[in-house]
Design a protein around this ligand. Structure first.
Ligand code: UDP
Length: 234
C-alpha cells in the first residue's frame, strides 16, 4: 500500500448525486463502501466534507447576507453532510467518530487533535465537521489543515473530474490532463487545484495532493495501491 494515513476531501456538491440540492443517500452509501474497502486494507482514513450542496457563505453574501454569519451557516451544512456519511458508514459496519470544529456535544465530539489520531490508530474513520471553525475559510483549507495536524501522508481530493487539466474540461474539449505537477508549476500555470490558502498550506508543509474522480467505483482503492490515476501535486 502506498499510503498509511489519508485525508479524503469530498465536496458537498458531490453528495447531491444527480439531484439539484441536498443529499443523495445512494451516493453517500457508495462513498461509504469505497471508504470501507480501503479501511479494510489497514489504511487509516480521515474525511473532510464540504457543504456546498446545502449552503455556501460566499453565495449568500452575494444575495445580501453578512459574510461571517453566512459562513457559520456553511459550516453547519458541513456537519449535516458529515452526519450523513457517518450514518452510511455505520450502516455498513464501519466504526466512526465525528469531530466538529464548532462544539455540538449532543451530536459529535469536539475536535481534539490527539484524540483524532488515537481514533485513527484504533481503526475508526474520523470525519472532521464544521471546516476550520472559522469564517472566510473553506473546507479545502480544513482538509489541508487537518491533514497536516494528523500527519496524513496525502490529501485526496475527490472531484467530478479525473484530475487537473490545462483548462476546464467541461468547457474546453481540447484540454489535456496532467499526470503530475509540482507546486511551483501550479502557481506558474495559474491552475485551480484548491483555493490558494489551502494550496499554500499544503506546499509549505510538503503535503502532496491528489485530485481524482471519486465517483468512479474503485478509484480510491487504485490510488491507495499506488496506481497512477488522477493528478498528483507534490
Ligand atoms: N466554511 C467556512 N469555514 C471553513 C469551512 C467552510 O466558513 O473553514 C463555510 C463557507 O461558507 C463555505 C461553506 O462553509 O462556503 C461550505 O464549505 P465549502 O464551500 O468549502 O464546501 P464545498 O465547496 O467543498 O462543497
Amino acid at each position: 500500500m502506498k499510503y498509511k494515513r489519508i485525508l479524503l476531501k469530498l465536496s458537498g456538491e458531490s453528495l447531491m448525486g444527480s439531484q439539484q440540492y441536498g443529499i443523495d443517500n445512494a451516493r453517500v452509501l457508495q462513498y461509504a463502501e469505497e471508504i470501507k474497502a480501503v479501511k479494510e486494507k489497514g489504511i487509516e482514513v480521515a474525511v473532510v466534507i464540504g457543504g456546498g450542496n446545502i449552503f455556501r457563505g460566499l453565495s449568500a453574501e452575494k444575495s445580501g447576507m453578512d459574510r461571517a454569519q453566512a459562513d457559520y451557516m456553511g459550516m453547519l451544512a458541513t456537519v449535516i453532510n458529515s452526519m450523513a456519511l457517518q450514518n452510511a458508514l455505520e450502516t455498513i459496519g464501519v466504526y466512526t467518530r465525528l469531530q466538529s470544529a464548532i462544539k455540538m456535544e449532543q451530536i459529535c465530539e469536539p475536535y481534539v487533535r490527539r484524540r483524532a489520531i488515537r481514533h485513527l490508530e484504533k481503526g475508526r474513520v474520523v470525519i472532521f465537521g464544521a471546516g476550520t471553525g472559522n469564517p472566510y475559510f473553506t473546507t479545502d483549507s480544513a482538509a489541508a489543515l487537518r491533514a497536516i495536524e494528523i500527519k496524513a501522508d496525502v490529501v485526496l481530493k475527490g472531484t467530478r473530474v479525473d484530475g487537473i487539466y490545462t483548462a476546464d474540461p467541461e468547457k474546453d474539449p481540447s484540454a489535456t490532463k496532467f499526470d503530475s505537477l509540482s507546486f511551483q508549476e501550479v502557481y506558474a500555470k495559474d491552475l485551480n487545484v484548491m483555493d490558494m490558502t489551502a494550496f499554500t498550506l499544503c506546499d509549505e508543509n510538503n503535503l502532496p495532493i491528489i485530485v481524482f474522480d471519486m465517483d468512479k467505483g474503485g478509484n480510491l482503492m487504485k490510488l491507495i495501491e499506488g496506481e497512477n490515476i488522477g493528478t498528483l501535486v507534490k
